[in-house]
Design a protein around this ligand. Structure first.
Ligand SMILES: Nc1ncnc2c1ncn2[C@@H]1O[C@H](COP(=O)(O)OP(=O)(O)OP(=O)(O)O)[C@@H](O)[C@H]1O
Ligand SMILES: [Mg+2]
Length: 270
């Protein structure tokens, strides 16, 4: 900002796994949108590394960034960003104009609108739809190129609570049923409770070490594995560690000489 340097983000180290549903939360001005813009390949960090699915995004030029965005990411915005004079169908078709994949574009757009429950609103213009419906059109637009990732900056920020809840249910369904990786920014603590992972940002930095360690315990476990575990509550108990398959340690030859001796001693005592 002129001569004043603003560190919108500082010392951020973060892994987000395929198939995760994560909410970025934090006070106004904490750097959520900046983080989102970097993750979404809309902006590059001044320094540091950002890898997306193995591709080194932080070194890419503008056209390479645009290409990654097109292939991998669908965006949803707080204010929907629909073209006012175009129909739902035309709005959803928009990203296909810039995409290499133009095959069956119209059919894909219809499918996407059906998926978000707007199969009967194909020819409605934005002002003929409710806020929740407009946001669903925007989600269909984000889905048209079948991206692995959906990024949403305050997707429920302009909606009443009922429509907001429906939009969250839709995003959760896309994550669960289609395995989309979903990253959203929100101020709503209710949404924070609904999602498996919260990434907290304060003053451009991630939350305290303690908070992040707690979050890391969640994220170190592959999310789909976590879901399987959650189905079997016993496996999440404190003795979950003991459920390693037998013989796991035998791959470490250095420890091998000592471990069996200790184990047999232990057994003898028992
Ligand atoms: N282009 C810019 N030039 C200078 N400072 C900027 C610029 N963009 C953002 N900032 C500053 O960087 C910090 C982070 O901004 P950012 O928009 O990421 O916050 P945010 O967490 O998304 O806030 P909000 O919740 O209000 O949307 C803020 O202090 C902001 O003033
Ligand atoms: Mg913001």
């Amino acid at each position: 900002m002129g001569d004043v340097e603003v560190r919108a983000l500082n010392d951020i180290t973060l892994d987000i796994y395929k198939g995760e549903l994560a909410a970025i939360m934090g006070p106004s001005g904490s750097g959520k949108s900046t983080l989102m813009n970097i993750l979404g390949c809309l902006d590059r960090p001044t320094s540091g590394i950002y890898k997306l699915g193995g591709e080194l995004v932080s070194e890419m030029n503008d056209s390479q960034l645009a290409d990654v965005r097109n292939r991998k990411i669908g965006f949803v915005f707080q204010s929907f960003n629909l073209l006012p004079r175009s129909t739902a169908l035309e709005n959803v078709l928009l990203p296909t104009l810039y995409s290499r994949n133009k095959a069956n574009a119209k059919q894909r757009a219809v499918n996407a609108l059906e998926m978000v429950g707007l199969g009967a609103r194909l020819n409605h213009k934005p002002k003929e739809m409710s806020g929740g419906q407009q946001q669903r059109v925007a989600i269909a637009r984000a889905l048209i190129n079948d991206p692995e990732i959906i990024m949403a900056d305050e997707p429920t920020g302009n909606l009443d609570s009922k429509s907001g809840k429906e939009i969250m249910e839709l995003l959760i369904r896309l994550n669960k049923e289609q395995g989309k990786t979903i990253i959203l920014v929100t101020h709503d603590p209710k949404i924070g409770k609904q999602v498996p992972r919260v990434i907290s940002v304060f003053d451009g930095m991630l939350g305290s070490e303690e908070e992040q360690a707690e979050l890391k315990r969640w994220t170190d476990v592959n999310y789909s594995k976590l879901e399987l575990l959650a189905n079997d509550k016993a496996a999440l108990g404190s003795d979950a560690e003991d459920q390693r398959p037998e013989g796991t340690g035998s791959e470490k030859p250095a420890e091998n000489n000592e471990v069996p001796a200790e184990e047999s001693e232990g057994e003898a005592e028992e």
